[in-house]
Design a protein around this ligand. Structure first.
Ligand code: FAD
Ligand code: SF4
Ligand code: SF4
Length: 1022
């Protein structure tokens, strides 16, 4: 074994000292916290950390609050948070904090479901800076990583070598390898690949006293093991414990693959000549050592696979069938139950795959995955699966009880879609908007497969006995189902029911010789039950391990050994004293329960699962992708809001400077509204905060300039040269790096209120403020396309003739709700007669037009508003709808060019981006390529702010600007958003076009001499 001499921090706590219980620690911590939030002790610690490390050290309530929760129902406010820049800093933090008599909890993505990462003391976040792939040995399929690397990120880097790390947890987009090792995580394909423990070759880690050790495979006699004496002594003691307890371990450890509860002392027994000491650290939940690097075993990428979706008319039969299906050696058998299918059908992104793969009305599905090297073998397996199902008595035409069969899924995109649906299981379940939610505590018990059907049936009986019902999904092949009874943990009676269900369920699991902790770990929720499940002798062994590694109980105490009661409500996110004070809101939140007309319920929808921390794919959350700060992710914002409205951040926190800072980098892209699995809509919540802020603090000059743009834009354009003078002079809060869009005199203005053939199909064209004032060419082009298409285009004017119509977007972004409502009222009054007779209202600027589909309904719920909302379409949506109905007659000419397209975030959020692609594909010869981009970073006024410019450019540089710079000059750059076009211009010197202009160019190609041609000198109005 290889020696890691090192950096040994001074021992502070004498070995052999009794472990403090969590109650003592809590008492110490809370007394300390109460007495000395700003005490000399705390300030001294903060000052020392600030002096000695360059990473962030947070001691304020807002930042601490953001680290007080994970994906469990617990909450513990840490004293501070450190985000070290280097591993050396992480180790120095450990030493400093320990010297100050505090405890330390290492943290990765914070997605644990059992409360593993919540604690008093100091939380050390490894995810932001300590996330590199350190080395890769392709030939031997081994790599070494820092603990903060995210699984998907690692696999992206491995892909080009044909390798992957196959412990494919559902949270792969944000779970870190350090956290996965901490929890002994398991992927859906553990049948083939095993768990984290099976794929960890070695771990380098620091003990609480600072000793750095290499934990890897050692011979039992420890001959030639290269380790300091203290390390050798530790290994010796652990191996002796394994020898001493071998019989008890054999007797008490369940013989199922999914056993992650307790410490892995079974790794210490003398089975082979060698033992891997790293396996003791795997699953130790940050309680034994600080992991500094991990050596992983890699596997060849799966090249071929097929899925068989087995349908069952009864849940029991599905569970009973699992034991037979695994004999075909699939790599996974995953359960999807009736509840999940029903909830999934209500979620737009899952509906298509459910429609494509689910036949009839099954009670349960088992998704069976085969991944043989050769695709012909996979097809053969599918055939065998159908035969097996038939042998078991299932057929599509059988009466209800034996109804069932297999739907083959061989097409890769459908396979991915159904896998995404399955791995989103928890989130699909958590999308329930009611107060009661599926709660995780008997979440992942594992029983031997022959008992699975009886186990689930009895489990449903237990739930019913306690007045609730459960949802079930996931790893049928392992006998490890995710089961969550629906409970409201704000109610004492439901907390009591939780305890009773836990005790009865674990009793039953023990009867089946199963495991009470089969995937998600122990944390605060499960550790208490180790005594009942493993017996007191094994629990004493666990305590001995902890004592030997961490005698001062410095590392994440209260997990695995000496835990608190799982139903100690003082540790809950919703403690008994959790109350929402008076909460006045301005938007409609009535879809949710709770205070502020439902705002409380909307905020509490965040269950901390961390999907918003993904680094690639989709749009959510651009600010996090730019900064990687918990403050700048949807989860961090939702947690801050929850703490603020429940008075945990002091008075008036909702309108405070710290809250503004929390939301500062939120670009209101609305991606979370679409991509957050529970539908947290932070852009809408931000409007509430801005309104509260404007009401209590008034508006800054910049906010006024932004908000009131539609009101002064007309006047400014008349004095364009003068108004543009401010571009050459510094202006409050505007970045010196930005030129503001220039006002022009020839804004889009019409005397006529209708264009095109009188008998043509009618359409209203909404001339939004931005295109009207700054880029009339887009409106000219759109009008031309519609008129040439034979439509009767209305541009109705408001009755007050005071100023052109506007959607109120700029007022919304400044928190000026009354003004926004006033603009929308004018628009509704003007457009209502058209919408009432079914005339579509078509707009060009996504953020403006989609305001009619979104915020309008939060401000007005009357019939006129609903009708207008239902008829509001983006230009491309309208054209594609017409084309698909066979009504579009556009003489488009060939454009043999390449078009690189960036989608506006709001288009993506409302499922309106596909039509952009389709509309462009109407142009003959145009080669359309989509940029895989998140938000452009400009986002209205955001990119202009002196304080947000940097983040704005970081967002643009993630993928958008590099993609554009990589395109040749002949390539057309397409972007429908005004802001996006400005960002592209500023960042790449390329001019992007609205789709309307591309279509107009195509019309030119077909009819260059048309009087409507864009080559003609005069526009068709002016
Ligand atoms: C929706 C959802 C689905 C999930 N699906 C799965 C699944 O399919 N399979 C599964 O196994 N789990 C699953 N989980 C649980 C969780 O996502 C995994 O356990 C994940 O691996 C945790 O990774 P993390 O980076 O978030 O770790 P964290 O939650 O941040 O930490 C986990 C543990 O590791 C410790 N730790 C972190 N870094 C270090 C370090 N450097 N040194 C020492 N200890 C450290 C922490 O103290 C903590 O005890 C799911 C959770 C959710 C919310
Ligand atoms: S905001 Fe949504 S995606 Fe992010 S943690 Fe909360 S629930 Fe999950
Ligand atoms: S609106 Fe966009 S930037 Fe704001 S939290 Fe949601 S995803 Fe992040």
């Amino acid at each position: 074994m290889h020696k890691k001499q090192g950096f040994a921090l001074p021992r502070r706590t004498p070995a052999g000292k009794r472990l403090r219980s969590i109650h003592e620690i809590k008492a110490m911590a809370s007394t300390r916290a109460e007495k000395s939030q700003d005490s000399a002790e705390n300030s001294a610690l903060a000052a020392r950390l600030a002096r000695e490390i360059t990473g962030d050290a947070f001691f304020d309530a807002f930042n601490r609050g953001r680290y007080a929760t994970d994906a469990s129902f617990y909450q513990m406010m840490p004293h501070g948070v450190v985000v070290p820049r280097t591993m050396d800093e992480a180790l120095r933090t450990l030493a400093i904090v320990r010297d100050a008599g505090r405890i330390v909890t290492p943290r990765g993505g914070g997605t644990s479901q059992c409360g593993q990462t919540v604690n008093e003391g100091i939380v050390v976040d490894f995810s932001k800076h300590l996330n590199r792939l350190l080395s890769l040995d392709v030939e031997n399929r081994v790599c070494v990583v820092e603990p903060g690397i995210v699984l998907d990120d690692l696999n992206r880097q491995l892909k080009k070598y044909g390798l992957w790390f196959p412990v494919d947890v559902s949270t792969a987009s944000r779970a870190t390898i350090g956290g996965m090792a901490g929890n002994n995580s398991c992927g859906g394909r553990s049948l083939r690949y095993g768990t984290m423990r099976d794929n960890t070759l070695s771990i380098d880690a620091a003990l609480a006293d600072g000793t750095l050790l290499h934990f890897g495979e050692v011979p039992r006699d420890l001959a030639r093991v290269n380790s300091p004496d203290s390390g050798l002594a530790l290994f010796r003691d652990m191996l002796d414990l394994g020898t001493r307890e071998a019989a008890e371990i054999a007797e008490r450890f369940p013989q199922v693959q999914r056993r992650v509860g307790g410490y892995n002392i079974d790794a210490l027994v003398p089975r082979n000549a060698a033992n891997n000491m790293a396996h003791l650290l795997v699953g130790s939940e940050g309680t034994l050592a600080f992991t500094t690097q991990i050596e992983l075993k890699l596997w060849p990428i799966i090249r071929n696979k097929v899925l068989g979706v087995c349908h069952f008319g009864s849940f029991y039969e599905a569970m009973d069938a699992a034991q037979h299906l695994v004999k075909l050696k699939p790599i996974a058998v995953e359960l999807v139950d009736r509840t999940m299918i029903a909830l999934g059908r209500d979620i737009a992104m899952f509906r298509p795959v459910i429609d494509a793969t689910v036949r009839g009305d099954p009670d349960a599905l088992l998704i069976v995955e085969f991944a043989e090297e050769d695709q012909a073998d996979n097809h053969q397996k599918l055939k065998q699966l159908s035969e097996l199902m038939a042998d078991l008595g299932f057929g599509w035409n059988h009466p209800q009880r034996k109804w069932g069969g297999v739907v083959d899924v061989v097409e890769p995109l459908t396979q991915t879609a159904i896998s995404d649906f399955r791995t989103s299981g928890l989130n699909v379940m958590m999308s329930m908007k009611q107060e009661g939610k599926p709660v995780s505590f008997v979440e992942d018990c594992a029983v031997p497969l022959p008992h699975l059907a009886d186990y689930t049936e009895r489990l449903n009986g237990i739930f019913a006995k306690h007045g609730t019902r459960g949802t079930m999904y996931a790893h049928a092949s392992e006998g490890c189902l995710h089961v969550r009874p629906v409970l409201n943990l704000k109610l004492e009676k439901d907390v009591k029911a939780m305890r009773a269900i836990a005790e009865e369920t674990f009793e039953m699991v023990r009867e089946y010789k199963g495991s009470h902790s089969g995937e998600h770990g122990d944390g605060l929720v499960r550790s208490e039950f180790h005594e009942a499940m493993f017996g007191s002798r094994i629990v004493a062994d666990f305590r001995e391990v902890k004592q030997r590694f961490d005698p001062g109980n410095v590392l994440n105490p209260g997990k695995i050994v000496d835990p608190p009661k799982m139903d100690d409500r003082t540790l809950f996110r919703y403690r008994p004293d959790y109350r929402i004070g008076e909460l006045k809101t301005v938007l409609d939140w009535s879809a949710y329960p709770g205070a502020g007309g439902g705002f409380q319920g909307a905020v509490e929808m965040c269950n901390n699962n961390g999907a918003c921390r993904k680094l690639e794919g989709g749009v959510m959350c651009p600010s996090y992708r730019a900064t990687r700060d918990e403050k700048d992710v949807t989860r961090g914002r939702a947690n801050t809001l929850r703490l603020a409205i429940s008075g945990q951040l002091g008075p008036d926190a909702l309108a405070s400077d710290e809250m503004m800072d929390t939301l500062k980098l939120c670009v209101s892209c609305k991606a979370c509204r679409h991509e957050c699995p529970t539908g947290v809509d932070m852009a809408k919540m931000k409007i509430e905060v801005l309104a509260a802020r404007a009401a209590t603090h008034g508006l800054s000059l910049r906010d006024r300039l932004v908000g009131y743009l539609p009101r002064y834009a007309g006047l400014a354009s008349r004095f364009a040269p003068l108004a543009n003078w401010r571009n050459s002079s510094p202006l409050a809060g505007i970045s010196a790096h930005r030129a503001l869009p220039a006002f022009r005199r020839d804004v889009f203005r019409t005397d006529a209120e209708a264009f095109g053939p009188e008998a043509g199909r009618e359409v209203v064209l909404f001339a939004d403020t931005f295109n009207r004032i700054y880029e009339r060419e887009n409106l000219d082009a759109a009008l031309r396309v519609l008129v040439e298409g034979g439509y009767r285009v209305h541009l109705p004017k408001p009755a007050d003739h005071a100023r052109p119509l506007c959607c109120g977007r700029t007022f919304l972004s400044a928190g000026l709700l009354d003004q926004a409502r006033a603009e929308l009222d004018r628009l509704v009054t003007t457009y209502a007669p058209f919408a009432a007779r079914g005339v579509p209202i078509v707009g060009l600027e996504p953020s403006c037009l989609l305001t009619l589909r979104d915020e309008l309904l939060s401000l007005r719920s009357d019939n006129d508003a609903r009708t207008i909302s239902a008829h509001a379409l983006l230009f491309e949506e309208f054209l594609v709808r017409e084309a698909e109905a066979g009504r579009l007659r556009l003489p488009l000419g060939s454009m043999p060019a390449k078009a690189l397209v960036h989608g506006h975030c709001h288009q993506k959020s409302f499922g309106a981006f596909k039509p952009v692609e389709k509309a462009l594909r109407l142009v003959p010869g145009l080669d359309v390529e989509i940029i895989e981009s998140s938000c452009c970073g400009m986002a209205g006024a955001f990119g202009y702010g002196a304080d947000t410019y940097q983040a704005s450019m970081q967002m643009a540089e993630l993928s958008l600007l590099p993609a554009i710079r990589g395109a040749d000059q002949a390539t057309l750059i397409i972007a429908d958003g005004t802001s996006c076009r400005h960002q592209i211009k500023d960042g790449s010197e390329r001019s992007a076009l609205h789709v309307a202009r591309v279509l107009a160019m195509s019309l030119d190609r077909a009819r260059p001499n048309s009087p409507l041609s864009s080559h003609a000198k005069e526009p068709i109005h002016g």
